[in-house]
Write a protein that binds this ligand. Sequence first.
Ligand SMILES: [Mg+2]
Length: 343
Amino acid sequence: MSYRLQLQTIVSTNYLPRHFFRYTSTSSRLSFSTFCCAKLLEMEDFKFGSESSVAHPVLLHNKISAIRLAGPQKLQVIADFDATLTKFWVNGTRGQSSHGLLQQDNPEYDAKRQQLYEHYHPLEFSPTLGFEEKRKLMEEWWGKTHGLLIEGGLTYESIRQSVANANIAFREGVSELFEFLEERDIPVLIFSAGLADIIEEVLRQKLHRSFKNVKIVSNRMVFNDDGRLVSFKGKLIHSLNKNEHALDMAAPLHEQFGDIDGPTDDNASLKKRTNVLLLGDHTGDLGMSDGLNYDTRISVGFLNHNVENSLSCYREAFDVVLVNDAPMCGVIKLLSHMCSSGK
Ligand SMILES: [Mg+2]
């Protein structure tokens, strides 16, 4: 009797997720006994809070088991920043993004950047333009914006002030999430098409501490001795190349937060961490792990708006969906399953 037939004699196929057989046939880590446990396991275990939704609990259970078996030394977390680590709604209005909050203390240049936004933003979502065309336009937009920031004489002090005045807030539990991961030496890669220096300042001002395991992969600025922006370093990261070779781009950029001269993991060591917990708020964020030949990935999707229309799509795309600006406690619970040493 084949392996697959044995499974079918025990478990009703109606119960199986649609792509379960594909998963089991390609993953050597999953065992028959693991699968039986999953069937017997109380499904309540996969409710990571009242605002969570899991379409395929058996598949999720098997992924958790595979990651737990490999141990925390094989795990890394890859997270989007805006509306994933930060809240969608802040003080009753739409929270600002790391890009959108920047005021460069030069109204003329703020207005010029706004004009660029008004021109390029509709093109980014145009249904008539092809991907390559859009990609060129995004490169153009980001390039011009960065040029204006330099030309307008952006200072680090303006970033500090912009963040202090911004309507931006982390989800509840982000600090606890980073602490949980730091205690277990699990790296967190925050991947963003925004500006690394702003994200770091938001972390500094809103969390009031640094985490040695948290690294930013984003556009990074170079300031002169007077604190004035003079250039950008590394490859330009925009909204349409954000997911390409994420970990390769991380290599020269993921300097340690709060200690840029300190030791850094190289991307080879990140690539050895072949299990991933991915956090994002768009289905496109799933591409953040594309540069990694991972063994097992668990994805958590934050569905922040248009829940009724998008939930079924998100449930199919992500292993766990969290709605309504859910706090991070569900993710911490998920991680504690993944990192527990018990059976
Ligand atoms: Mg986002």
